[in-house]
Design a binder for this molecule. Structure first.
Ligand code: FAD
Ligand code: DLZ
Ligand code: SF4
Length: 510
């Protein structure tokens, strides 16, 4: 008898997925596939591929245990199947189908594929909305339409009201929407970071690791040790662990960076949320409950909830509102090639060495490393935004275009001319020195402004302002910095230009 095929993508591993909600185990077939095209459209970090394949295999096994038929294609089952469309066609050949049901892909590229299936296969295709996101496309459009400036803070307030998180009698708990001012403490000596849950590799994951080593061994990043959670049960354990052990200090030290401490008090939940093993609402509800029970301070709970119902939802709204051209944005005309050491971490700039080495090892760096070290460098050095986007999409285990692209294009590089950032996140070495312990072990001197020993961020910062004067000088929030630049002596400006030119000539050896 013809069946309904339900196609589940690698970042749709949620039992409550819209495409699975009315699934009938007796009649429907769930289709999942590890496909070459998805694993190679950029050369993803080996840990990222292993995480996705292992999570997919465990999810399929859970569905089968609950009585569903899952047509699961492993990467090497049939080498002629290289795309989602191939996999679906093969499944239709095996099972017959009167209807395909799927949840809209998170990425433009894949949604376009889904939208082609009805014509291609000549059958009914239902593409359900992805209501794992709290704001629908229509909700975001209603909020954004007609606004001159799109600012996360105002979107976030609407999301607080809509969800009711941390609201009391219609007002924000604690009388303030945002406690960010309390969340900028530099690291102090003797900070004690809690040890993390780690997972032993089971047989399913071992098979995936062997496959990834064999087929993607030449991709960036260290595959092992691999201690990632890959099941719903493990993901829930991580959420509970985070709330109990790290959330209390999450807010205060959110922007701090410490050598050898990749995770600090961060949640490390982004990859789990992005593939669907955790629901953003349950993460927020858990954090709110801990605050209401007095286990975590308000600045921590509010900071965490803001990242999820604020930044995460806002970033997704920006992506869909501006695709398909958003990735071509290059308002500052940046065109320099990515230095080779982005792939090795072998640079004398210790902050970049730390952040890139950790990225290579863990497929993870926390937000301030991504924004104020790596992103800041790419901005100041004028690296081609396309190359920066590709790098960020490759190297992080939580990277999907919908979330990577606006964070890179809009937040880190200002390549969209301030669509949602009121000014570029550009800073000199002083910021990194204040917020980290990196500078003490660096070959460059953070307090030196010029000369070969000077911290490159120091002269690159002023060089960036000089080079982008036309685009940035009119920005009111940049007025003070341009005022300082205008008071600089001609000699000082020449030294900045010379230092930066020398740096760029030898950027691969920096
Ligand atoms: P925490 O610091 O514990 O934050 C809690 C949660 O808030 C995260 O798990 C995440 O779900 C959410 N969140 C926080 N900030 C953002 C944000 N700016 N955008 C979206 N969600 C956010 N995040 C990704 O999920 N995928 C990416 O590819 C990605 N690329 C980034 C690239 C750049 C240049 C920058 C500046 C940020 C990027 N981020 C990305 C956002 C953020 O850095 C990561 O979500 C965060 O570091 C993940 O670590 P965590 O789970 O420990 O987060
Ligand atoms: C990122 C990724 C990778 C590496 N491999 C697969 C895969 O083999 N099968 C799959 O279903 N999904 C994979 N993904 C996620 C997709 O590339 C894509 O990012 C999402 O489905 C978002 O649209
Ligand atoms: Fe980075 Fe400059 Fe500090 Fe070195 S001195 S770690 S380059 S900020």
């Amino acid at each position: 008898m013809p069946k309904t095929l339900r196609m589940v993508l690698g970042d749709q591993l949620s039992r409550d997925l819209s495409a699975l909600r009315d699934a009938d185990p007796a009649r429907d077939v769930i289709v999942m596939a590890e496909v070459w095209d998805e694993a190679t459209y950029v050369r993803h970090h080996t840990k990222k591929i292993a995480f996705i394949f292992a999570a997919m295999r465990h999810f399929a096994a859970d569905l089968e245990a609950d009585g569903f038929t899952v047509d699961y294609r492993r990467l090497d089952d049939d080498r002629d199947i290289t795309s989602f469309t191939d996999a679906l066609e093969a499944a239709m050949g095996r099972h017959g189908a009167e209807r395909i049901v799927t949840t809209e892909a998170a990425e433009w590229r894949v949604l376009a594929m889904q939208q082609g299936w009805a014509d291609l296969f000549g059958i009914k295709v239902d593409i359900c909305g992805d209501d794992r996101f709290i704001a629908s496309h229509a909700d975001f459009a209603r909020w954004a339409d007609g606004r001159k400036a799109l600012r996360m803070e105002y979107f976030y307030r609407e999301m607080r009201k809509a969800t009711g998180y941390l609201m009391e009698d219609g007002e924000p708990a604690g009388g303030q929407w945002n406690f960010d001012a309390e969340n900028r403490a530099p690291p102090k000596d003797g900070l004690d970071f809690p040890g993390r849950p780690a997972w032993t590799v089971d047989e399913t994951t071992r098979e995936v690791l062997d496959l990834v080593a064999d087929r993607f061994g030449d991709h960036f990043g260290d595959l092992e040790p691999f201690a990632h959670p890959v099941t719903r049960r493990q993901a829930l354990h991580c959420l509970n662990w985070f709330v109990d052990h790290a959330l209390p200090d999450f807010g205060t030290y959110q922007d701090a960076m410490v050598t050898g401490e990749a995770l600090m008090f961060h949640s490390h939940l982004s990859a789990l949320i992005n593939v669907g093993l955790l629901d953003p609402r349950e993460c927020c509800a858990r954090a709110e409950k801990a605050w209401r029970e007095g286990a975590v301070p308000l600045n921590a709970a509010e900071g965490f909830i803001r990242q999820i119902i604020g930044w995460r939802e806002f970033i997704r709204g920006i992506y869909w509102r501006n695709m398909p051209d958003y990735g071509d944005s290059n308002a500052l005309g940046a065109s320099r090639d990515l230095p080779d050491w982005f792939w090795t971490g072998e640079t004398h700039m210790n902050c970049l060495r730390q952040a890139i080495t950790e990225t290579k090892e863990n497929a993870y760096a926390h937000h301030i490393q991504r924004l104020m070290v790596i992103g800041n460098f790419a901005l100041l050095a004028g690296i081609d935004p396309k190359q920066v986007q590709e790098w960020f999409l490759i190297v992080y285990h939580d990277a999907y275009e919908w979330v990577e692209m606006p964070n890179v294009v809009g937040m880190a590089l200002y390549a969209d001319n301030g669509l949602f950032a009121s000014k570029p996140y550009a800073s000199s070495g002083a910021y990194i020195d204040r917020m980290s312990d990196y500078c003490g072990s660096c070959r460059y001197a953070v307090r030196k402004k010029n000369g070969p020993k000077a911290c490159p961020f120091n002269h690159l910062y002023w060089n960036f302002l000089i080079e982008n004067r036309e685009m940035l000088a009119g920005n009111r929030r940049m007025g003070m910095m341009y005022g300082t630049l205008d008071r600089m002596s001609a000699d000082k400006i020449e030294a900045v230009r010379d230092d930066s030119a020398r740096f760029f000539r030898a950027i691969d050896e920096a």
